[in-house]
Design a protein around this ligand. Structure first.
Ligand code: NDP
Ligand code: OXD
Length: 307
């Protein structure tokens, strides 16, 4: 019985050590050294793997990330569940990143970077976090935890999801009908939604127009959520004041992409959060135990919804 790992090799060595310690009965194999195809029961992968039919005894595909938009859901046999990553390490690192980005925007870091370039010493008005309302698109594993973390830092938080959520001290909006009201008061908008047919291109001119003038954007969802030309137009017109972007379409963006050089855009290379093997191993082993015992696993992707 083997678990085949197909992702970042450095973290693969950590996964290997943890498997050897915690589950020595499962042979841990690193792609492409997969051993016998008949032995493969579990696949842990970031990228989709073609021709899963060659693993006749495959039982579960684990996405090593929270997102699953990279997979062609139709190509995974229907009796093989696809499980996305839900674990404390990916949550904590996303909380850190979004806090960093919200604080950078709230405390005018984009302006001060420009000022430093021109040796300008000019104080800008400092306002309390409570006067800054952060709106989070997506209130799932990550969005809900980010909202609660930002609330702890003193920001006023609200979130939007498909179905109604309830979170302490966070105003929760749901569905298309409530989106305009949510947007009209979101001074910093954070995208933490999965990429699906419904959410592709959601960060567009129509949405930007509904935000308060001078709002800012943090995209940590997926690149195709954003219509880049609409963001550039909104930044240039002043409708948006700044953007922090961690995800792109394609990744990396071409070297001559205007976003690289826009003075009001901060860019990071898709590192907002990362699965942490030390904590993720618990989730994966727990899910393997659940699967063996016929219990429901945590994080099974609903193929109809696409997330
Ligand atoms: P979840 O599935 O736990 O949460 C998704 C949230 O989005 C839910 O609240 C869901 O609503 C909401 N949502 C989905 N579709 C819609 C819609 N059409 N309209 C309104 N709300 C919608 O996902 P996670 O929180 O674990 O992850 C979110 C995404 O973050 C990932 O899919 C990935 O794209 C991105 N990500 C990015 C990383 C990075 O480093 N940049 C790292 C990890 C993840 P409901 O609650 O009703 O289901
Ligand atoms: C993820 C990611 O989906 O890192 O986990 O983007």
């Amino acid at each position: 019985m083997s678990f085949v790992y197909n992702a970042d090799p450095e973290r693969g060595r950590e996964w290997q050590r943890l498997f050897e310690l915690r589950a020595p009965e499962i042979a841990f194999r690193v792609w492409p050294d997969i051993g016998s195809e008949e032995e493969v029961r579990y696949l842990g992968t970031w990228a989709p793997i073609e021709d899963l039919a060659r693993f006749p005894n495959l039982e579960v595909v684990f996405s090593l990330g929270a997102g699953v938009d990279q997979f062609d859901l139709g190509s995974i046999p229907s009796h093989v569940p696809l499980v996305r990553m839900q674990e404390p390490g990916i949550v904590a690192t996303m909380q850190e990143y979004v806090a960093m980005a919200v604080l950078a925007l709230h405390r005018n870091l984009v302006d001060y970077i420009a000022q430093q370039r021109s040796a300008t010493w000019q104080a800008l008005r400092v306002r309390p976090a409570a006067q800054c309302r952060v709106g989070i698109l997506g209130l799932g594993q990550l969005g809900a935890a980010v909202a609660q973390h930002l609330t702890g830092l003193g920001f006023a938080c609200q979130g939007w999801s498909r179905t109604r959520r309830q979170l302490q001290d966070v105003a929760c909006f749901a569905g298309d009908d409530e989106l305009p009201r949510f947007l009209s008061t979101s001074q910093v908008l954070v995208c933490l939604m999965p990429l699906t047919a419904e959410t592709r291109g959601i960060l567009n001119a129509t949405l930007f127009e509904q935000l308060p003038r001078g709002a800012s954007l943090i995209n940590v969802g997926r690149g195709p959520h954003l219509v880049a030309a609409d963001l550039l137009a909104a930044l240039d017109s002043g409708q948006l004041s700044a953007a922090v972007l961690d995800v792109f379409d394609p990744e990396p963006p071409p070297v001559d992409h205007p976003l690289w050089h826009h003075p009001r855009v901060l860019i990071t290379p898709h590192i907002a959060s990362m699965t942490q093997p030390e904590s993720a191993i618990e989730r994966v082993l727990d899910n393997i135990a659940r699967h063996r015992e016929g219990r429901e696993m945590v994080g099974v992707v609903d193929r109809q919804r696409g997330y």
